[in-house]
Design a protein around this ligand. Structure first.
Ligand SMILES: Cc1cc2nc3c(=O)[nH]c(=O)nc-3n(C[C@H](O)[C@H](O)[C@H](O)COP(=O)(O)OP(=O)(O)OC[C@H]3O[C@@H](n4cnc5c(N)ncnc54)[C@H](O)[C@@H]3O)c2cc1C
Length: 293
């Protein structure tokens, strides 16, 4: 276990302060041991996946941050399913499935996270999501680990019923036989669509807001609020897609939060809609409630 580790190194936006404690468990046993230690110390716990939907407070996280490694970051195709550690990058999962001529998870090519982060978020793209392919997940807490079904995980649109202190140690995903050429063609088509519509070569944390129940997506709504390219400090709303915040150089998490607050205010004023953040907040970050008027 290490003290005061900068979490900015572990987030795709590249902002955020240190974790008070940091550990990289390599097995389920080690993971449960760390969780039990934190519970004994009365410390909050959070997992950092690839930090691709994470905004960490500039003051840091006053608890134990976990990064899953070793066995917990491996993936392999076994008997028609993908057996993956919670820390396995989705890109590795896709690669392993393709090598075994198994498809069904091509949509993850658009999602730069880990399996555990994808379960926590019920990540999805292009009509597919984790809920549609997940058979079961091994979830660890301070008392041990047990298998949960998708229903028990409470998967909904970009969220699950999991709470900090519950860690996805492994997930089994359903795959189906598919020729490699078909998998490659689907992935190429999805990646081309992604490149066309979103900033793919900038430091961002993916979608800032969930899409509201409205004829406009969050991105279209914020574009209509003239927010494309709007900048506060080192953070700016992407000129390419208004539901993305980019680190335009020297951004802090406070800059990103200020943009989130301004975007919510304008969407409320112009469309009467309260946008809900999709990005996950870690540490002392508060998005103030909009006033009721
Ligand atoms: C360019 C870009 C494009 C994106 N496109 C999409 C998209 O199309 N669709 C989509 O759904 N998302 C998208 N995202 C967002 C992001 O990639 C997903 O939400 C992803 O699932 C997050 O995974 P992560 O491992 O990076 O999690 P992190 O960002 O590190 O963490 C997210 C949350 O999950 C928790 N968590 C992480 N690992 C675990 C674990 N093992 N057990 C329990 N909790 C855990 C964290 O504590 C945190 O609360 C995009 C992001 C970027 C930067």
């Amino acid at each position: 276990m290490t003290e005061n580790v900068a979490l900015s190194r572990y987030t795709t936006l590249g902002t955020g302060g240190p974790a008070r404690w940091f550990a990289e468990p390599a097995s389920v046993e080690e993971l449960v041991e760390r969780l039990a230690w934190a519970a004994g110390e009365g410390l909050p716990v959070a997992v950092v996946g690839l930090g691709s939907n994470l905004l960490v407070a500039d003051e840091g996280f006053p608890g134990l941050a976990l990064k899953l490694g070793g066995e917990l970051a491996k993936a392999e195709a076994v008997d028609g399913r993908l057996v993956a550690g919670g820390g396995a990058p989705l890109a590795v999962c896709l690669h392993r499935a393709r090598a075994a001529e198994l498809g069904g998870i091509e949509f993850v090519c658009a999602i730069p996270g880990t399996v555990g982060g994808a379960v926590w978020m019920n990540a999805g793209a292009y009509g597919g999501d984790i809920a549609g392919v997940l058979e079961r997940a091994l979830v660890a807490d301070a008392r041990g680990a047990r298998w949960l079904t998708p229903e028990e995980l409470g998967l909904r649109y970009r969220s699950s019923g999991l709470r900090h202190g519950q860690v996805v140690a492994q997930a089994d995903l359903r795959l189906e036989p598919r020729p490699v050429a078909d998998i490659k063609a689907t992935v190429a088509e999805m990646q081309a669509r992604r490149k066309e519509a979103q900033p793919t070569n900038k430091r961002t944390f993916g979608s800032v807001f969930k899409n509201p129940e409205h004829e406009l997506t969050a991105g279209r709504m914020l574009e209509a609020c003239s927010l494309r390219g709007y900048r506060i400090g080192g953070a700016q709303i992407s000129p390419k897609h208004a539901n993305f915040i980019e680190n335009a150089g020297g951004a802090t998490s406070a800059d990103a939060v200020a943009l989130i607050v301004e975007a919510r205010r304008r969407a409320r004023e112009q469309f009467g809609v309260q946008l809900q953040p999709e990005v996950q907040l870690l540490g002392a970050i508060e998005i103030p409630a909009l006033d009721p008027s």
